[in-house]
Design a binder for this molecule. Structure first.
Ligand SMILES: [Zn+2]
Length: 253
Protein backbone atom coordinates (compact mmCIF):
# COMPACT_ATOMS: atom_id res chain seq x y z
CA UNK A 1 0.00 0.00 0.00
CA UNK A 2 1.38 3.44 -0.85
CA UNK A 3 2.17 5.85 1.98
CA UNK A 4 -0.59 8.18 0.88
CA UNK A 5 -3.22 5.42 0.75
CA UNK A 6 -2.11 4.23 4.18
CA UNK A 7 -2.65 7.67 5.71
CA UNK A 8 -6.02 7.98 4.07
CA UNK A 9 -6.97 4.80 5.95
CA UNK A 10 -5.41 6.06 9.17
CA UNK A 11 -7.24 9.35 8.90
CA UNK A 12 -10.48 7.45 8.32
CA UNK A 13 -9.70 5.42 11.44
CA UNK A 14 -9.05 8.60 13.43
CA UNK A 15 -12.30 10.10 12.18
CA UNK A 16 -13.92 6.80 13.19
CA UNK A 17 -12.73 7.47 16.75
CA UNK A 18 -14.69 10.71 16.62
CA UNK A 19 -17.68 8.75 15.32
CA UNK A 20 -17.49 6.28 18.21
CA UNK A 21 -17.31 9.19 20.62
CA UNK A 22 -20.36 10.70 18.96
CA UNK A 23 -22.33 7.44 19.34
CA UNK A 24 -21.34 7.25 23.01
CA UNK A 25 -22.41 10.82 23.58
CA UNK A 26 -25.74 10.34 21.81
CA UNK A 27 -26.34 7.01 23.49
CA UNK A 28 -25.73 8.49 26.93
CA UNK A 29 -28.72 10.76 26.44
CA UNK A 30 -29.49 14.36 27.08
CA UNK A 31 -27.19 14.75 30.11
CA UNK A 32 -24.24 14.97 27.72
CA UNK A 33 -24.22 16.89 24.47
CA UNK A 34 -21.44 18.20 22.27
CA UNK A 35 -22.59 21.79 22.55
CA UNK A 36 -19.62 23.76 23.81
CA UNK A 37 -19.63 24.20 27.60
CA UNK A 38 -20.91 27.70 28.43
CA UNK A 39 -18.31 30.33 27.68
CA UNK A 40 -15.57 27.84 26.81
CA UNK A 41 -13.63 28.62 23.68
CA UNK A 42 -10.90 26.44 22.19
CA UNK A 43 -8.08 28.71 21.04
CA UNK A 44 -5.97 27.07 18.33
CA UNK A 45 -2.48 28.45 17.87
CA UNK A 46 -0.64 27.51 14.67
CA UNK A 47 2.92 28.24 15.86
CA UNK A 48 5.13 30.77 14.03
CA UNK A 49 4.11 32.43 10.73
CA UNK A 50 5.26 35.18 8.37
CA UNK A 51 9.00 35.87 8.57
CA UNK A 52 9.25 33.46 11.50
CA UNK A 53 8.93 30.10 9.79
CA UNK A 54 10.13 28.08 12.80
CA UNK A 55 12.07 24.89 12.08
CA UNK A 56 12.96 23.94 8.49
CA UNK A 57 13.20 20.37 7.14
CA UNK A 58 16.00 19.17 4.87
CA UNK A 59 13.75 19.57 1.83
CA UNK A 60 12.92 23.19 2.73
CA UNK A 61 9.56 22.40 4.39
CA UNK A 62 8.80 25.22 6.82
CA UNK A 63 7.28 24.43 10.22
CA UNK A 64 4.81 27.36 10.14
CA UNK A 65 3.13 25.93 7.01
CA UNK A 66 2.69 22.43 8.47
CA UNK A 67 1.41 23.95 11.74
CA UNK A 68 -1.21 25.92 9.80
CA UNK A 69 -2.40 22.89 7.78
CA UNK A 70 -2.94 20.83 10.95
CA UNK A 71 -4.48 23.77 12.88
CA UNK A 72 -6.97 24.50 10.09
CA UNK A 73 -8.12 20.88 10.11
CA UNK A 74 -8.36 20.90 13.92
CA UNK A 75 -10.46 24.06 13.76
CA UNK A 76 -12.81 22.52 11.16
CA UNK A 77 -13.26 19.27 13.11
CA UNK A 78 -13.90 20.97 16.46
CA UNK A 79 -16.34 23.40 14.85
CA UNK A 80 -18.15 20.45 13.25
CA UNK A 81 -18.47 18.97 16.74
CA UNK A 82 -20.19 22.07 18.07
CA UNK A 83 -17.22 23.69 19.76
CA UNK A 84 -16.61 27.43 19.87
CA UNK A 85 -13.13 27.98 18.44
CA UNK A 86 -10.70 30.81 17.77
CA UNK A 87 -7.92 30.20 15.24
CA UNK A 88 -5.12 32.66 15.94
CA UNK A 89 -3.98 32.84 12.33
CA UNK A 90 -5.51 31.42 9.16
CA UNK A 91 -2.73 32.49 6.78
CA UNK A 92 1.04 32.74 6.68
CA UNK A 93 1.42 35.88 8.80
CA UNK A 94 3.03 37.06 12.02
CA UNK A 95 0.67 38.65 14.56
CA UNK A 96 2.99 41.56 15.44
CA UNK A 97 1.94 45.19 15.96
CA UNK A 98 2.44 47.46 12.92
CA UNK A 99 5.15 49.49 14.69
CA UNK A 100 7.42 46.46 15.23
CA UNK A 101 10.42 47.02 12.94
CA UNK A 102 13.15 44.44 13.49
CA UNK A 103 12.68 40.68 13.31
CA UNK A 104 13.27 40.50 17.07
CA UNK A 105 10.64 43.18 17.77
CA UNK A 106 8.17 41.41 15.47
CA UNK A 107 8.72 38.07 17.21
CA UNK A 108 8.29 39.61 20.67
CA UNK A 109 5.18 41.54 19.63
CA UNK A 110 3.73 38.44 17.93
CA UNK A 111 4.10 36.35 21.10
CA UNK A 112 2.65 39.10 23.33
CA UNK A 113 -0.35 39.39 21.03
CA UNK A 114 -0.93 35.61 20.98
CA UNK A 115 -0.90 35.56 24.81
CA UNK A 116 -3.33 38.51 24.91
CA UNK A 117 -5.67 36.80 22.41
CA UNK A 118 -5.78 33.73 24.66
CA UNK A 119 -6.07 35.59 27.98
CA UNK A 120 -8.88 37.86 26.78
CA UNK A 121 -11.12 34.76 26.56
CA UNK A 122 -12.78 34.21 29.97
CA UNK A 123 -12.75 30.41 29.56
CA UNK A 124 -10.08 29.51 27.03
CA UNK A 125 -8.58 26.09 26.32
CA UNK A 126 -5.39 26.50 24.31
CA UNK A 127 -4.07 24.02 21.76
CA UNK A 128 -0.74 25.15 20.31
CA UNK A 129 0.53 23.26 17.24
CA UNK A 130 4.26 22.93 16.52
CA UNK A 131 6.78 20.64 14.83
CA UNK A 132 9.98 19.44 16.43
CA UNK A 133 13.55 19.50 15.14
CA UNK A 134 16.77 17.93 16.40
CA UNK A 135 20.27 17.98 14.90
CA UNK A 136 20.38 14.15 14.79
CA UNK A 137 17.93 12.69 12.27
CA UNK A 138 16.97 9.50 14.13
CA UNK A 139 14.61 11.11 16.65
CA UNK A 140 10.92 10.94 15.82
CA UNK A 141 7.45 10.80 17.39
CA UNK A 142 4.81 13.28 18.49
CA UNK A 143 5.03 14.66 22.03
CA UNK A 144 2.47 16.61 24.04
CA UNK A 145 3.44 19.29 26.57
CA UNK A 146 1.12 21.02 29.02
CA UNK A 147 0.82 24.17 31.09
CA UNK A 148 -1.14 24.94 34.23
CA UNK A 149 -0.75 21.52 35.80
CA UNK A 150 -3.83 19.78 37.18
CA UNK A 151 -6.05 20.69 34.23
CA UNK A 152 -3.45 20.46 31.50
CA UNK A 153 -1.78 17.18 32.53
CA UNK A 154 -4.71 14.73 32.13
CA UNK A 155 -5.59 16.37 28.82
CA UNK A 156 -1.99 16.07 27.59
CA UNK A 157 -1.80 12.44 28.79
CA UNK A 158 -4.99 11.50 26.94
CA UNK A 159 -3.77 13.21 23.77
CA UNK A 160 -0.35 11.52 23.97
CA UNK A 161 -1.96 8.08 24.49
CA UNK A 162 -4.36 8.57 21.58
CA UNK A 163 -1.56 9.73 19.27
CA UNK A 164 0.35 6.56 20.12
CA UNK A 165 -2.67 4.24 19.80
CA UNK A 166 -4.00 5.71 16.54
CA UNK A 167 -0.93 6.86 14.64
CA UNK A 168 2.37 5.55 15.98
CA UNK A 169 2.43 2.46 18.25
CA UNK A 170 6.25 2.69 18.39
CA UNK A 171 6.11 6.13 19.99
CA UNK A 172 7.09 5.71 23.64
CA UNK A 173 7.17 9.42 24.48
CA UNK A 174 5.22 10.65 27.50
CA UNK A 175 3.49 13.96 28.13
CA UNK A 176 5.63 16.55 29.90
CA UNK A 177 5.23 19.94 31.55
CA UNK A 178 6.27 22.71 29.16
CA UNK A 179 9.73 24.18 29.68
CA UNK A 180 10.08 27.68 31.06
CA UNK A 181 11.42 29.18 27.83
CA UNK A 182 8.25 28.76 25.74
CA UNK A 183 6.76 32.26 26.06
CA UNK A 184 3.13 31.66 25.13
CA UNK A 185 2.63 28.58 27.30
CA UNK A 186 4.14 30.40 30.28
CA UNK A 187 2.06 33.56 29.91
CA UNK A 188 -1.46 32.18 29.77
CA UNK A 189 -3.76 31.24 32.64
CA UNK A 190 -5.99 28.62 31.00
CA UNK A 191 -5.51 24.86 30.60
CA UNK A 192 -3.20 24.42 27.63
CA UNK A 193 -1.42 21.78 25.60
CA UNK A 194 1.30 22.18 23.01
CA UNK A 195 1.53 19.34 20.48
CA UNK A 196 4.89 18.79 18.82
CA UNK A 197 3.37 16.70 16.02
CA UNK A 198 6.67 15.20 14.84
CA UNK A 199 10.28 15.86 13.86
CA UNK A 200 10.99 17.73 10.63
CA UNK A 201 14.58 16.49 11.10
CA UNK A 202 13.52 12.83 10.59
CA UNK A 203 13.12 12.05 6.86
CA UNK A 204 10.31 9.48 7.31
CA UNK A 205 8.33 11.66 9.68
CA UNK A 206 8.86 14.71 7.47
CA UNK A 207 7.25 12.81 4.57
CA UNK A 208 4.26 11.89 6.75
CA UNK A 209 3.85 15.41 8.16
CA UNK A 210 3.67 16.79 4.61
CA UNK A 211 0.86 14.34 3.70
CA UNK A 212 -2.63 15.91 3.84
CA UNK A 213 -4.14 12.58 5.00
CA UNK A 214 -1.71 12.40 7.93
CA UNK A 215 -2.39 16.05 8.78
CA UNK A 216 -6.12 15.21 8.96
CA UNK A 217 -5.40 12.14 11.09
CA UNK A 218 -3.31 14.21 13.53
CA UNK A 219 -6.03 16.86 13.76
CA UNK A 220 -8.74 14.23 14.29
CA UNK A 221 -6.82 12.58 17.14
CA UNK A 222 -6.12 15.92 18.86
CA UNK A 223 -9.79 16.92 18.46
CA UNK A 224 -11.10 13.56 19.72
CA UNK A 225 -8.80 13.78 22.76
CA UNK A 226 -10.16 17.23 23.64
CA UNK A 227 -13.76 16.02 23.26
CA UNK A 228 -13.07 12.95 25.39
CA UNK A 229 -11.57 15.07 28.19
CA UNK A 230 -14.49 17.48 27.99
CA UNK A 231 -17.46 15.14 27.83
CA UNK A 232 -16.54 11.71 29.05
CA UNK A 233 -17.25 10.28 32.43
CA UNK A 234 -15.51 7.38 34.16
CA UNK A 235 -17.77 4.52 33.15
CA UNK A 236 -16.89 4.62 29.45
CA UNK A 237 -13.63 2.90 30.29
CA UNK A 238 -11.28 5.65 29.23
CA UNK A 239 -10.39 7.14 32.58
CA UNK A 240 -11.23 7.64 36.20
CA UNK A 241 -14.05 9.80 37.43
CA UNK A 242 -11.58 12.32 38.86
CA UNK A 243 -9.85 12.82 35.53
CA UNK A 244 -13.10 12.71 33.54
CA UNK A 245 -14.60 15.90 32.16
CA UNK A 246 -11.72 17.79 33.67
CA UNK A 247 -11.88 20.49 31.03
CA UNK A 248 -15.53 21.13 31.75
CA UNK A 249 -14.73 22.59 35.15
CA UNK A 250 -14.34 26.36 35.11
CA UNK A 251 -10.84 27.69 35.69
CA UNK A 252 -12.13 30.51 37.84
CA UNK A 253 -14.97 30.20 40.33
ZN1 LIG B 1 7.74 25.70 16.73
Amino acid sequence: MSGSARWKLVSLAALGLLGVLGVLILWRGPAVSTAAPAGVRVVIDPGHGGEDGGAVGADGTVESAINLEIARRLDAILTFWGQDTKLLRSEDISLHDPDAATIRQKKTSDLHNRARLVNEEPEARLISIHQNFFPQAQYHGAQVFYANGPLGQPWAKRTQENLRACLDPENSRAEKPISHDVYLMNHITCPAILVECGFLSNPGELTRLRDPGYQTALAAVVAASYLQCTYEEGETGYGSQSEASILLHPVRE
